[in-house]
Ligand binder design. Structure first.
Ligand code: ZN
Length: 300
């Protein structure tokens, strides 16, 4: 068996997977965010409780919403008690077993590369469009993390000037403290920013999409520009990484229009002679983070 742990800002999801990484058990607890010792103790308790049923030979992988460098040293704005700590080493010591840590977006990409929407493709980029925006890159089912585990954090690169100029867009404030980050245009909150800009009121992403589907002109405009911003980002990912397939996950991946609109929109932005790769919706949905963590843990 393989244990996967997905650490978010409010919940820790613990799941048990069989050898083919099908989920057989799930348990959720609140995330201790203020005390590092409580965080380690909570994870140890989850693992020991599962060991009582499945035995202490199960592998352990942990996905974090934050930066995890090569040594497992972590930084997370959502779970501040982890900052600067070597979660991987400390948890390994606590349970006397090797634990592997990975960023949750890279875990999502790995899960889709291994048995998911990118199964069978030599290279893939897994794009998360949710509360935030980022990606993971896998080659032959192995994640490429970079020196500090931040490869794919393009959500905090500035949005291309061409799309800003074409639509006369403002530079939105980002949670990272900068302005004009890609995330503030292409995530769920990004669609809300564009809805505020075009509709002149606060509109939740789901409401903007519902009003777009009814044909409300300003909602249609906000949605079209949101898709165009995503197309610009995906065309850059194609030129950076030239993946065989792109998989979209996160809450906004449920928007069906993306899969009919993006291929032509991306194609129009690429160089002549360059074809866009297939753009697919994630297979495992909300399970991808914890499943990817379990896969990482299995290669100890
Ligand atoms: Zn930012």
């Amino acid at each position: 068996m393989h244990y996967g742990i997905d650490v978010g800002g409010t919940k820790i999801e613990f799941a048990v997977f069989d050898r083919s990484f099908s989920r057989i058990h799930t348990h959720r607890i609140n995330t201790p965010t203020d005390s590092y010792s409580e965080f380690v103790d909570a994870n140890r308790a989850l693992i020991q409780s599962a060991d009582d049923e499945y035995g202490d030979h199960c592998t352990v992988g942990l996905g974090l919403a934050g930066i995890v460098d090569q040594n497992g040293k972590s930084f997370s704005t959502n779970v501040p008690c982890l900052n600067g700590h070597h979660v991987q080493a400390d948890l390994s010591l606590a349970i006397d077993r090797n634990v592997r840590c990975i960023n949750d977006v890279r875990a999502f990409a790995l899960s889709e590369a291994r048995g998911g929407a990118a199964e069978g493709f030599p290279t893939m980029v897994g794009v998360i469009l949710g509360t935030g925006a980022a990606s993971g890159f896998c080659r032959n089912g192995v994640p490429r993390l970079g020196a500090d585990g931040i490869a794919g954090e393009w959500g905090h690169i500035p949005i291309p000037a061409t799309v800003v100029a074409e639509h006369g867009l403002p530079l939105f404030d980002c949670t990272c403290g900068k302005q004009g980050c890609i995330e503030t245009y292409v995530s769920g909150p990004g669609l809300a920013n564009l809805a505020r800009h075009y509709m002149g009121e606060e509109v939740r992403p789901a409401d903007c999409i519902a009003r777009m589907r009814k044909g409300e002109v300003s909602a249609v405009r906000a949605f079209e520009v949101w898709v165009d911003c995503i197309a610009h980002v995906i065309s850059q990912l194609v030129l950076h990484n030239n993946p065989h397939v792109i998989v979209i996950g996160g809450g906004m991946s449920k928007v069906e229009e993306l899969y009919t609109l993006l291929p032509d929109a991306v194609d129009a932005l690429l160089l002549h002679g360059v074809s866009p790769p297939p753009i697919r919706r994630a297979v495992f949905g909300d399970d991808s983070g914890v499943r990817g963590a379990a896969i990482v843990g299995s290669v100890v």
